[in-house]
Ligand binder design. Structure first.
Ligand code: NDP
Length: 400
């Protein structure tokens, strides 16, 4: 149906490559490019062994528009799926505009020197993509991604007005390491150590990191202490669903994880500015990444499961209603299918489905869009088919 170029060969990239290959009827040609070509080659060999599908590889520095343009001109893909790091979003979008290529990512742009997540930089490309007749699909992982589609699905089918939205993200897995992050450590630590923030009555309310917390009950898992943190989909969801009075994001953390995180911060290892070490400039958090376990390698002994969903309260026909929609994903199942753990899997599968929506012409309109701005129904159907089945609870106790 169409040629796709994937950029990024980490944990999420491993899953995306497997899933693209499993759907070779839609993705008729696949190219995997990243900074370190040996990582692409290792993934491609494994994909070939499991699916029989051949994927071409290429080396690219996605910080360089020039390098990207050269690759896009040589390969002429219809869509680029960006699962490198958020730092590369804008260079890849620039190259897409220059070469007439459509775009999809899973995380919003962040400048390297400031831990600041917001869509303003990418939303600023809307007119340029419109004029070029190109589609850019933003935030198509699990959260953001599936959680945003869940919200759109709830708004479409079950509510006249959504009033309260609580996105709940539990990882009840055990990887057997003292400390490891489930996706890129630099991005992950920047995200979870920042100040908390949620939306209430038309304004953002800031909190100290992890200040608000309570135990929440997750299906098949039980109670886990859950913490309000800021998460990027809140920004687009409150804009696209303006009836929302309060929107929060809750994530579970174990005590061990929080203790390690506090120590890492207290001793300066979470710093994102350059320091001089024996005449060499290093960024402590980048050095830390080099010594922490690679999230892509956590899968083998990872047990337990993730449970991520949306707990929603609102009104339908003037009556108050609650709705909870969620997916549970077992780390071991993800590993058996793709060689990657559950967090990479829950991000990579929706990225492939978003790309499929584009290739089939279902999610295709000129401009820059967050996923909740498209029809959620066909995406929801594909989640059930491709390894992330979802479940619904009507009028239950949301606990929040
Ligand atoms: P990894 O660190 O495992 O992988 C990142 C990949 O990008 C690596 O292959 C890396 O190359 C490559 N890369 C980095 N910089 C460049 C560059 N300048 N040029 C080319 N390639 C580059 O990260 P993850 O796989 O864990 O995460 C990937 C993305 O998914 C991130 O943006 C993350 O924020 C997002 N994510 C989204 C989630 C969601 O639910 N929406 C959840 C989890 C992650 P190299 O091998 O050389 O380092």
């Amino acid at each position: 149906m169409g040629k796709i170029l994937q950029i990024g060969a980490g944990g999420v990239g491993t899953v995306v490559a497997h899933k693209l290959a499993q759907n070779a009827d839609v993705f008729s040609e696949i190219v995997l490019a990243s900074r370190t070509i040996s990582k692409c080659e290792a993934i491609v060999a494994e994909v070939k062994r499991r699916t029989g599908v051949t994927i071409k590889t290429a080396q690219v520095d996605a910080d360089s528009v020039e390098d990207l343009v050269k690759l896009f001109r040589a390969e002429k893909p219809e869509l680029v799926i960006n699962v490198a790091l958020p730092y590369q979003d804008l260079t890849i979008m620039d190259a897409c505009l220059e070469c007439g290529v459509n775009y999809l990512d899973t995380a919003n742009y962040e400048p390297k020197d400031e831990a600041k997540f917001e869509y303003s930089w990418q939303w600023a490309y809307r007119e340029k993509f419109e004029k070029a007749g190109l589609t850019a699909i933003l935030g198509c992982g699990f959260d953001p991604g599936v959680t945003s589609v869940f919200t759109a699905y709830a708004a479409k089918h079950y509510f006249d007005e959504i009033h309260y939205l609580d996105i709940v993200d539990c990882n009840a897995g055990n990887h057997g390491k003292a400390f490891a992050t489930n996706f890129n450590p630099e991005i992950n630590i920047r995200e979870v150590s920042q100040r908390g923030k949620y939306w209430e009555n038309g304004a953002w309310v800031e909190t100290n990191p992890h200040e608000i917390h309570k135990p929440l009950t997750y299906p098949e898992i039980g109670q886990r202490e859950s913490y309000v943190i800021y998460h990027e989909e809140l920004e687009s969801l409150v804009k696209n669903f303006p009836t929302i009075k309060r929107a929060r994001f809750w994530m579970t953390f174990g005590q061990e994880y929080l203790t390690h995180l506090r120590v890492i911060q207290n001793i300066g290892m979470a710093r994102i500015d350059e320091v001089d070490y024996n005449g060499v400039k290093i960024v402590p958090i980048q050095f830390l990444k080099a010594v922490l376990p690679d999230p892509g390698d956590l899968g083998e002994n990872y047990t337990g499961e993730t449970s991520i969903g949306c707990r929603i309260r609102g009104v339908k026909n003037s009556k108050e209603k609650t709705y909870y929609v969620y997916n549970n994903c077992k780390h071991q199942d993800a590993f058996a299918e793709t060689g990657a753990q559950g967090v990479s899997y829950t991000t990579g599968v929706p990225a492939m489905i978003g790309a499929m929506m584009f290739m089939k012409g279902i999610w295709r309109k000129a401009g820059v869009y967050n996923v909740e701005e498209f029809n959620p129904d066909p995406f929801m159907e594909e989640l059930n088919r491709h390894g992330l089945p979802w479940h619904e609870v009507f009028d239950g106790d949301l606990e929040v």
